[in-house]
Design a protein around this ligand. Structure first.
Ligand code: OXD
Ligand code: MN
Length: 583
């Protein structure tokens, strides 16, 4: 027996019987275990060693080309009542779902090793953290979970002390897209994922537990599980404000979380520290503020576009102890992706000689997996059991027109409406068309484990007596001009918007009121040292296009109506308020 917890022992036994796994390995998280599994992956060809001189302890994994992104059409939330998952999710009755997926799992691990991974989402000693156990037949998944979560003996100790955990069962199966399902049973705190080895489908601590099951747990228990980065912004006086920011997948959360401020800011003493780049769990503290942890322990970031000029901190952490998935490689076996530098790759992500006529060297959703501690700006506060207090919540999307650079909500309810009505262009992080505008409330469209209307109602409950809530903002870095050029320089220059946000939180700067919310006074906004960008340019990014917004709000109303009677009246009230101001 490898655990004192009977429920866990029985479940493992039952899975062995069902899947007919050859061998069971209980993961401890030790260094020896890591080395043994790396060697095994090298033997099977699932890992390729990268250049040991330039990239010590780094590996390349090439996926099945049909298995490179999340599969939203095969992702289900399985609850007793269909109404509970809302139009935002695919639903299947638990009985039917178990039968369907159990059938796939039957005998699927014959000849394979089954790994049992106890993990903790969040610092081991934090009351905000939650634990789970993932059973998987993929050694690649084990090595990713090792970087992305606190896994092994410490997690198991906590699970045994608590007596409960989220159950996650995973098999790569045959990697057949026709035999693939990602199923969630929030009422049973259970996940079953079959037929994919891709991060978001297979590292069950991440999207499946920390967001889909997590959001359900959060609603039941009075907290929030969000698709948000968390960063610390220290001003020259030494005060740090923590900002949580939600953006859809592949819209620059990792870059923003690790931003290095422009030269002038650094000289003045501004500094950004990183708590997390993808997920934020927050709950009200005794002081009424929202306190947040990053439940993850690593980054599973999008490689293309990561470069010296976009995210030097990410590059600095990636030359060592990193797993690269679906990137290209250079002649001398270094990882390479589009935008990295001007080297010419030798091999593409399918393992073929690179030919630009055939396609990019790296898949647009190729990834790096690396421990948070390797990030030069990683904050020791990320290990705080209590979390960090959040001063501002930011909602963003990728919109080439209409949405202003930054807007502040007039109230919590107005901010919830802003989050609920974000729309964004789709990216390569999920299968399907790229660049199509779709509503993505709070960047949670693919991740909310229950009915969106109930989720918004849950958000609204935080505004109560004694609460000291963060200010809410929306941002858009992605506006384009008539020549299809980005109008805002973005990347490190986003610091200017963050500065305005924390100055608003501290009542240090003015704003003017618009129909959409409060916006910067152009004369007060810090453009020092930003060459080639004028106050006129800024003005364009802050203009409210009245007709465009009338159409947008008509679409928004239709979108909210789609969620039926459960949509809180407070949201319609906020919407009507904007409509009347626009008129
Ligand atoms: C991710 C995603 O991998 O959002 O973080 O798809
Ligand atoms: Mn994400």
């Amino acid at each position: 027996m490898s655990t004192t917890l009977l429920a866990l022992e029985n479940w493992v036994k039952q899975v062995v019987e069902h899947t007919q796994a050859d061998k069971v390995v209980w993961c401890t998280g030790s260094d020896t275990e890591k080395q043994e599994i790396d060697e095994l992956l090298l033997e099977t060809g699932d890992f390729k060693k990268l250049n040991e001189e330039t990239h010590p302890n780094c590996f390349l994994h090439l996926s099945d080309p049909q298995d490179v992104a999340r599969v939203e059409h095969l992702t289900f939330i399985c609850t007793e009542h269909k109404d509970d998952v809302g139009p935002n999710n695919h639903w299947m009755h638990p009985e039917k779902a178990h039968a369907k997926i159990d059938d796939l799992f039957s005998g699927c691990m014959q000849g394979r090793t089954m790994y049992v991974i106890p993990y903790c989402m969040g610092p081991i000693d934090s009351p905000i953290s939650r634990c789970g156990v993932e059973i998987t037949d993929s050694a690649y998944v084990v090595q990713n979970m090792r970087l992305m979560t606190r896994m092994g003996t410490h997690a198991l100790n906590r699970i045994e002390a608590e007596g409960h955990f989220v159950k996650g069962l995973h098999s790569t199966g045959e990697l057949d897209p026709d035999r693939r399902y990602i199923m969630h049973f929030p009422e049973e705190l259970t996940i079953k994922s079959y037929g994919s080895g891709y991060g978001g489908n297979a590292l069950l601590g991440k999207k499946c537990h920390a967001l889909r099951i997590g959001s359900y747990q959060a609603k039941t228990e009075g907290w929030l599980a969000e698709h948000m980065l968390i960063l610390g912004l220290e001003n020259p006086q030494g005060d740090t404000h923590y900002i949580a920011a939600a953006f859809p997948s592949a819209c620059g959360k990792t870059n923003l979380a690790m931003l290095i401020p422009p030269e002038g800011y650094v000289q003045d003493g501004w500094k950004i520290t990183t708590i997390g780049d993808d997920i934020c769990w927050m709950r009200p503290g005794e002081d009424g503020r929202l306190w947040a942890i990053n439940p993850e322990a690593g980054f599973f970031g999008v490689a293309p576009g990561t470069a010296k000029n976009t995210n030097p901190n990410a590059l600095a952490m990636l030359y060592k102890d990193t797993i690269f998935t679906n990137v290209g490689v250079t002649e001398d076996n270094q990882p390479w992706w589009e935008g990295l530098d001007d080297k010419v790759p030798a091999m593409d992500w399918k393992g073929n000689p690179y030919d630009p006529e055939v396609g990019p060297a790296a898949h647009p959703n190729s990834r790096f997996t690396v421990a948070s501690k390797r990030c030069p700006t990683y904050s020791p506060k990320a290990e705080n059991a209590k979390g960090v207090p959040i001063s501002a919540i930011v909602f963003g999307g990728r919109r080439e027109n209409l949405v202003p650079l930054v807007t502040q909500a007039r109230s919590w309810a107005h901010g919830v409406l802003m989050g609920a009505t974000v729309a964004s262009e789709t990216t390569a992080a999920a299968t399907g068309a790229v660049g199509v505008v779709r509503h993505d409330p709070m960047a949670m469209k693919p991740f909310c484990g229950y009915h969106f209307a109930d989720y918004w109602a849950h958000w609204l409950t935080f505004d109560k007596d004694g609460a000291n809530l963060p200010e809410i903002f929306t941002v858009n870095w992605f506006r384009k001009d008539e020549n299809n050029n980005f109008m805002w320089p973005g990347f490190s220059e986003n610091m200017r918007v963050l500065e305005w946000i924390v100055n608003r939180v501290s009542n240090n700067v003015g704003a003017h009121s618009t129909a959409l919310g409060d916006m910067p006074n152009v004369q007060e906004f810090n453009l020092n040292g930003l060459d080639g960008f004028s106050r006129d340019d800024l003005n364009k990014l802050l203009t409210v296009d009245l007709n465009g917004w009338k159409t947008e709000l008509a679409n928004t109303t239709e979108y909210l109506n789609g969620f039926g009677e459960r949509v809180p009246d407070a949201l319609y009230k906020e919407l009507d308020n904007i409509k009347s101001k626009l008129n």
